[in-house]
Design a protein around this ligand. Structure first.
Ligand code: HEC
Length: 154
């Protein structure tokens, strides 16, 4: 009998959490931590491709995987920056312009998606000259968003 009661409570808790958690917006602090981590992942994949291009490691056949990872992550950028954290006390390099010029921010994110897709194609071609040229275009797409939307490092 007691066990049955416990099971009922357990199920109730599951239901409550299952329903309650998606409705609650995460804190601004968590949103900032999350988006910086995703961005660092993009930066890390970029660094991995860079090391191959500089000849530090001999993994040319792996470039396509990092390009794909970046392309997938790029599709999440507008979602993870949507939460307006301008009033948060947490340190962030996100500029207010992200939310005052949201359309332009979306365009910059789309550019990253397009350029990383082109990097997948270049990597699949195996043509190192093509890959090198696309690396430059991909890097430019980072700068095109960072310049207007990311605070300079202090
Ligand atoms: C659509 C806009 C946008 C694009 C495109 C973009 N970033 Fe970012 N990135 C940001 C913003 C905004 C921040 C600051 C986040 C914060 O601090 O809240 C950031 C932060 C970062 C960080 C975290 C480190 C730090 O000190 O802020 C790294 C690393 C990074 N970006 C790398 C890249 C690379 C590499 C690319 C291109 C392959 C790229 N980003 C493309 C907007 C963008």
């Amino acid at each position: 009998m007691n066990l049955q009661k416990n099971i009922k409570y357990f199920l109730l808790i599951l239901v409550l959490f299952g329903i309650a958690s998606p409705l609650q917006a995460g804190s601004d602090e968590d949103a900032i931590t999350y988006r910086v981590r995703v961005m660092k992942g993009i930066g890390s994949n970029m660094g991995s491709i860079g090391d191959v291009l500089k000849g530090k490691v001999d993994h040319k056949q792996l470039i396509v995987h990092y390009a794909k990872a970046m392309n997938e992550a790029s599709k999440t950028v507008t979602t993870i920056f949507k939460q307006d954290t301008r009033t948060s006390a947490k340190k962030t390099r996100s500029k207010p312009e992200i939310w005052t010029k949201w359309g332009e921010f979306e365009d910059a994110a789309k550019k990253l998606e397009d350029e990383s897709a082109k990097m997948i194609a270049a990597a699949q071609s195996g043509d190192m000259a093509k890959i090198g040229a696309q690396m430059k275009a991909l890097g430019d797409s980072c700068g095109d968003c960072h310049k207007p939307f990311r605070e300079k490092k202090k």
